[in-house]
Design a protein around this ligand. Structure first.
Ligand code: NAD
Ligand code: UFG
Length: 366
């Protein structure tokens, strides 16, 4: 059961702790998941990880354990396998779940919508059914700024109408709807929907970080692979946007700040039933060229790039209104884009092929 702790103000500051809980982290070997496992262990929680390793490696957990001196129980389980999911709940007395597991590549979701809807939606339904059966009704869910779609003015605020413009984003929106319906139907549920902006960076130790398979879709992992010599140059998608330098602006957030945001949200919902949504971002936009310059500073060398056409579906600029997370959770970002790039670079330089010791045959220069 959750251990409750009341606060005088009714607002849980980020330092508040509800005591030791046993947290199931789905997708816990992945990029954000592994950093969150570390933050949870540092905050004193016991962690159980469930992941099918479709986009990650168990090596990340071994390294987290090296850093924290604690071990997370690991289950290689696919969320679409309902009996296997149930078995994890039979084996551990879970207090709350942080649900990262899912497929996340926007372009791939356009090509393979069935795979995305099946994996993300069915996987989540199996998880929620197993939770309900085992009387576990606290969940923090990884949503995304992509749910704000194309029609909203910036900065994005949680109360805006959402409407994603790609299948990946629609799985996030639909899962938000499922969780909202659940919370509205049954007041025993404690639900946090966290809308992440653009997570980058790595743990400052350089031991864990983002390890994309194949050609990276995202800006910072691509720059990092150019810097380490795995790719020839960065293609900057669009130099003619109506922004200060013509390149698109995003709200980058250090993955360690993001991980800490989950601990803060978990503390908050431990004491409060209902459904809540928070943006996790810095509230500031940075352009592609600004990020490139920060990364060059971290590396100490220029990074080759070429400005090319816009990428289909990209927006010129968006960032978060991050004031709700500050007011409710006492959480805000602490790290600058320069620090994100320094930490990302330390990870990439020390682990040029990610968790693989050597270049995988299929991922050679492209
Ligand atoms: P990731 O791919 O590194 O982690 C996701 C993990 O889920 C992987 O370890 C993968 O193996 C696992 N997984 C996928 N399907 C599964 C299934 N059916 N059963 C069990 N495990 C499964 O991605 P990440 O960047 O750490 O993202 C974590 C979550 O945050 C995802 O839900 C993603 O959609 C969301 N998110 C990410 C970003 C971003 O830019 N990285 C932005 C917004 C939201
Ligand atoms: N970009 C380039 N070259 C590249 C990669 C990206 O110029 O090689 C540009 C993009 O055009 C965009 C910016 O860098 O202007 C950021 O692109 P990312 O792909 O890193 O991030 P997005 O904002 O497009 O999307 C990411 C995730 C989404 C998520 C969103 C908000 O991929 O899943 O952040 O959280 F929804």
């Amino acid at each position: 059961m959750l251990q409750h702790r009341s606060t005088e103000s009714g607002v849980a500051p980020i330092s508040a702790s509800v005591g030791t809980m046993k947290i199931l982290v789905t997708g816990g070997t992945g990029y954000i998941g592994s950093h969150t496992v570390l933050s949870l262990q540092e905050a004193g929680h016991d962690v159980v990880v469930l992941d099918n390793l479709v986009n990650s490696s168990e090596e990340s957990l071994r390294r987290v354990s090296e850093l924290t001196g604690k071990t997370a129980a690991f289950h290689q389980v696919d969320l679409v396998d309902e009996p296997a999911v149930e078995a994890v709940f039979d084996q551990h007395q879970i207090d709350a779940v942080i649900h990262f597991a899912g497929l996340k590549a926007v372009g791939e979701s356009v090509q393979e919508p069935l795979a995305y809807y099946y994996n993300n939606i069915v996987g989540t339904l199996n998880l929620l059914r197993a939770m309900d059966k085992h009387n576990v009704r606290s969940i923090v869910f990884s949503s995304s700024a992509t749910v704000y779609g194309e029609h909203n003015p910036i900065p994005y605020i949680e109360k805006m109408e959402i409407g994603a413009n790609n299948p990946y984003g629609r799985t996030k929106e639909q899962i938000e709807d499922i969780l909202s319906d659940l919370g509205n139907a049954d007041d025993r549920w404690h639900i946090a929907l966290l809308r992440y902006f653009n997570p980058v960076g790595a743990h400052p130790s350089g031991r864990i970080g983002e390890d994309p398979q194949g050609i990276p879709n995202n800006l910072v992992p691509f720059i990092a692979q150019v810097a380490v010599g795995r790719r020839e140059k960065l293609m900057v998608f669009g130099g003619d946007y109506d922004t200060p330098d013509g390149t698109a602006q995003r709200d980058y957030i250090h993955v360690v700040d993001l991980a800490d945001g989950h601990v803060a949200a978990l503390n908050y919902i431990a004491e409060r039933a209902g459904v809540r949504r928070w943006n996790l971002g810095s509230g500031r936009g940075s352009s592609v060229l600004e990020v490139l310059r920060s990364f060059e500073k971290a590396v100490g060398q220029p990074i080759p790039y070429e400005i090319t056409g816009r990428r289909a579906g990209d927006l010129p600029a968006f960032w978060a209104d991050a004031s709700s997370a500050l007011a409710d959770l006492g959480w805000s970002t602490t790290k600058t884009v320069d620090q994100m790039c320094e930490d990302h670079w330390r990870w990439q330089k020390n682990n040029p092929y990610g968790y693989n010791a050597a270049e995988p045959a299929a991922a050679s220069n492209a």
